[in-house]
Design a protein around this ligand. Sequence first.
Ligand SMILES: Cc1ncc(COP(=O)(O)O)c(C=O)c1O
Length: 424
Amino acid sequence: MPARTVVRRSGCPRCRSVLLSRSKRWCALRGSDRDLARITLHPRRAPVPVNPPVSHPIYQTAAWQFADLKQMDAIFGDAVAHGAKYGTIGMPNNLTLEAAISDLEGMEAAVAGNTGMAVIAAALLTELRPGDRVVVSREGFGWTLGLLRDLEQWGIEHVTVDLSSTEELTAALRHGAAMVIAETISNPRLRVPNLPALTDLAHQFGAKVLVDNTFATPYSCQPAAFGADLVVESATKFLAGHADTVIGVLAGAAESVERIRDRMVRLGSIAAPMDSWLALRGMQTLVVRMARATTTASLLADWLSEQPQVHRVLYPGRSDHPDHLIAQQVLEQGYGAMISFELTPDFAVANQFTRDLNLIHLVHSLGSAQTTLSHPASSTHRLLSAEDLAVSGLHAGFLRMSVGLESPDDLVDDLAQALGNLSA
Ligand SMILES: Cc1ncc(COP(=O)(O)O)c(C=O)c1O
């Protein structure tokens, strides 16, 4: 195909293109390609129906058209409502998800990021300055602790404490802190800090409180009601609920959320429309999923505690959980769908158990409609030193189960046959 073209006044005899090939006989593209290109690139768009679709359409576009410079100027100058600027600013699927999250969390505004870690990182990079200090749970999610270690190179320090100990928390706050990071239900030991007392204390010392509500979801707890300033959630988990998207959300006061959103736009961590759409689709069933999974989890926790091969069960709904009384106050709608339990602290034992399960798969995630099991020491918390793993009690026999929507009897059958192969 000739690549170079010359211009001739009379044009191509077939399609009248004035851009002719060197041979000057035909236009540079086949005449028929010209029509095909125009039709495929600029199809006659069907009008938007006057009545709305039941399912919110996916705006799978990276960019938006402007009628003219005047409109572009008005939209970029925020002089008109509902103008979309770019694939990361003003995307309708994100805006719909964000409105739902701010309503669910009872906060002024929300922003959707491309992962749970993306919104946590953006919050820290927006709210903290070099020289600031963060107080975080010793039992915190491994990747959040890893991120705080990364931030040390930018002069942001952190100290780990037992958030359930008022003495430890007060001592840490006395040394100065810009932020306290807590999880409503911690990953993976399912500790439940006393959020009302914690936020009160942090605010007395001038620290903001960021709460990771991933395990509880707004179904079980709205941390804002207990004074949290920022609430983050890996919506990858129970919110979206089907293990088919990775996405994060952050809610807070409008002024903070907009500053964090600006930073996220520049860091490149805003959610994509398809992921927001999947999260919203999954959230339609949040209430029924959480209700069922929570009921099943409470049955399974009791059943597991009676099995001779299980040395310990951690479930905030059980009276033997160290934070049960606080959980009764903080987890108003139920104790969640996560259970942790301990087998003999031996890798070979845990390995055989996970291999023998048929229905329950070993997965490095949680919150899906299917029941899954994870081994923190080999996955989420593998970055911890052997000493830190021992301090946190995350030995080789420690397992974390995310309860899904299967029949409780099927789950008991599967667990029973795998436990039956282990000696007590
Ligand atoms: C409690 C908690 N917070 C945050 C995250 C990070 O979420 P994402 O994987 O969406 O980045 C996770 C992931 O497992 C988590 O368990």
